[in-house]
Design a protein around this ligand. Sequence first.
Ligand code: HGY
Ligand code: MN
Ligand code: MN
Length: 415
Amino acid sequence: MITRYCPTLSINRDRLAQSIVQLAAIGALPNGGVRRIAYNSKDVQARRLVQDWMQAAGMSVRLDAAGNIIGRYPGRVADVPALATGSHIDTVPMGGRYDGAFGVLAGLEVVRTLHENRSPLDHPIEVIVFTDEEGSMIGSKAMAGHVNPDPDYYRRPDGTSIQACLDRIGGNWDAIEQARRTSQDIAAFVELHVEQGPILESMGKAIGVVEGIVGQRRFNITIEGRANHAGTTPMSMRQDALVAASQTVLAINRLALTPGQQVATVGQMQVTPNAANVVPGKVEMSLDIRDMSNLHLDRLLEQLRMRIEAIAFETQCTIQMSPRLHNEPAPAKLHIQQAIVQVCQELSLSYTHLPSRASHDAQEMARFTDMGMIFVPSQEGLSHAEAEYTSPEHCTQGADTLLQTLLKLDRHYAC
Ligand code: HGY
Ligand code: MN
Ligand code: MN
């Protein structure tokens, strides 16, 4: 008889480590990092490899209209909602090997383990690779039925349309609503991810039980002044967009340094015409602002808008903020947190509860199904950087925790 509680079932550490190395070779950078920006040729190549691996692990694979890859491993009971896991394999421009990729490959490793031990769960398991997590999060937002209907909202910085992007990966913008899922399709979603911060390492804990995920808003800020000669234009007659931009960056930084847990970043800036002897006429830059409280974010943004109005007046420039991303804070379900804690106790793994101060596809999934997240330590708290590292031991512990958590949830959700 096959027992559903399998404390001895454990994932294959070497196979998981090898998969991480193999995937990281696609888009590899010279200093050990990865550049696999959503929809680029490396992303397409990596997506193909993961689909092949899914099929080899006994999963059926399909793409939805948002280009999400959905690998499905059948359960013993017909017509019941799936238990889902997964993450993303796109990266920031100079990213690491673990952010996103680890959660996808650990999910795959869980299925490989169940498959070779002939131990399917009652529920089907889905391993999902979400489209463009680092940019628009369009994959998980489409699954949650939360896509902005304006295609221009998703235009890439290089001008590529969302239609063209989705075409490249087998999605279809015109049918994006069909990507929507419900709790009838997915009973629970558990994402495993590297912490991307210093808490677990500094506390010496192996596993993070995520309590909830931070809210995040992103904006494009466009500042227009007037380009003019850098030698002949008196200081009193300038409309210098870069001076206005600099004041805006400092205003954002000062706001983020007021009491509270909020963080705010300007990480992207383009100056036009970007020449040493021209007063800058235009600056486009990003704003990324995060906090666990929506209300607090609203208040901070209101203060920023007032400050920006004053800067625009002082510098004789126009300053416009247009929204690019809006992620609601999302609490993790208590019973999933409890399941993860029990697994840690059974596997003798040290753990702590903590919030996620990075965004994740899990927070969109939380809009329509039960959500939980498991973290493993990031060396020196480094992430979104080439040097991002999590040891094979911690990766294995995280993947085993995911496996055992899914086994527990298989019993929790009666068929
Ligand atoms: O930016 C984030 O928090 C995520 O890594 N995309
Ligand atoms: Mn990530
Ligand atoms: Mn990331």
